[in-house]
Design a protein around this ligand. Structure first.
Ligand code: BTN
Length: 279
């Protein structure tokens, strides 16, 4: 049986599945997770909201995220012990965790900065997206009481980590016109057992989250798995377009872009890979 099974999800032993909110159909697991995180009492760390189908799935930058049956669509409520300004670490740690899980299933997924997962075939310029990750922070108004932190460092209340994995689907099922997409089915030529895939993803995600204080190690793995560094890229951020060579990451995971005007640190934005640079 390859479909999602409520009981099997409930039986997963993971610190990221201590509470399971399972749905046959929902608007968006991300919105449901937000409701649970903000509720009284708020959902604990390791609450997973998962649905076989999403009717209003959301991607980054307000895009729609097609979520028909056969995919793995879920959101986690995380309550990490870290100040809000470090929350972006979760984005890249999550990409590393999911990429490792996909490699375990035989799919050589690469990370496009900051956290899209692509399958890049030889000669393929832009790659095909297999997984999208949406990390959204909920920040409290109370300053963190961590010693050594300034008062402007607000407390991170929760992070909602939404993951959309194109699994037992054909790319046409996703109804995406503006981007190249792929699925586990089309990469492997077979379906996978979704609860086994979920278990592997949660296990790898948890391992990355547990070592997030050693963020250098996370970023080393990010570098080993990425397909952006060394390439010419176009970045759109806040209505501005930058072009240059993606040189490296800063210690906090921002992209260092070498442009004709100098090196720019990019904290967020949409990256498009341009032609491969000759070396
Ligand atoms: C992206 O734009 O790449 C991020 C896509 C994130 C999609 C997932 S599917 C589960 C969760 N619920 C949503 O509405 N979005 C995220």
């Amino acid at each position: 049986m390859s479909g999602l099974d409520r009981k099997a999800v409930e039986n997963i032993e993971s610190p990221l599945a201590v509470q399971v909110d399972f749905h046959e159909e929902i608007g968006s697991t991300q919105e449901r997770a937000r409701e649970l995180a903000r509720g009284t009492p708020g959902a604990p760390h390791g609450t997973i909201v998962i649905s076989k189908v999403q009717k209003g799935g959301r991607g980054r930058l307000g895009r729609r995220w097609g979520s028909p049956p056969g995919g793995l669509w879920f959101s986690l409520v995380l309550r990490p012990e870290m100040p809000a300004h470090l929350a972006s670490r979760i984005t890249q740690a999550a990409a590393v965790g999911v990429a490792k899980a996909l490699w375990g299933f035989g799919v050589e997924a690469r990370i496009k900065w900051p956290n899209d997962l692509l399958v890049v075939r030889p000669g393929d310029l832009s790659g095909r997206k297999i997984c999208g990750i949406l990390a959204e922070a909920g920040v409290g108004n109370v300053p963190a009481k961590h010693p050594g932190l300034g008062v402007d460092h607000r407390r991170l209340d929760f992070v909602l980590l939404g993951i959309g994995l194109n699994a037992n689907l054909d790319p046409e099922d996703l109804d995406v016109l503006d981007r190249q997409v792929t699925t586990l089915r089309s990469e492997l030529g077979r379906d996978v057992v979704l609860t086994e895939l979920l278990e592997a993803v949660l296990s790898k995600l948890n391992a990355e989250l547990e070592r997030i204080e050693d963020f250098c190690a996370v970023l080393d793995d990010w570098r080993a798995l990425n397909c952006t560094l060394g390439r010419l890229v176009r970045v759109e951020r806040f209505g501005e377009v930058l072009e240059g060579r993606a040189a490296d990451l800063t210690p906090e995971g921002a992209l260092l872009l070498e442009t004709p005007e100098g090196t720019v640190e990019v904290f967020e934005g949409e990256v498009k890979h341009l032609r491969q640079e000759r070396t």
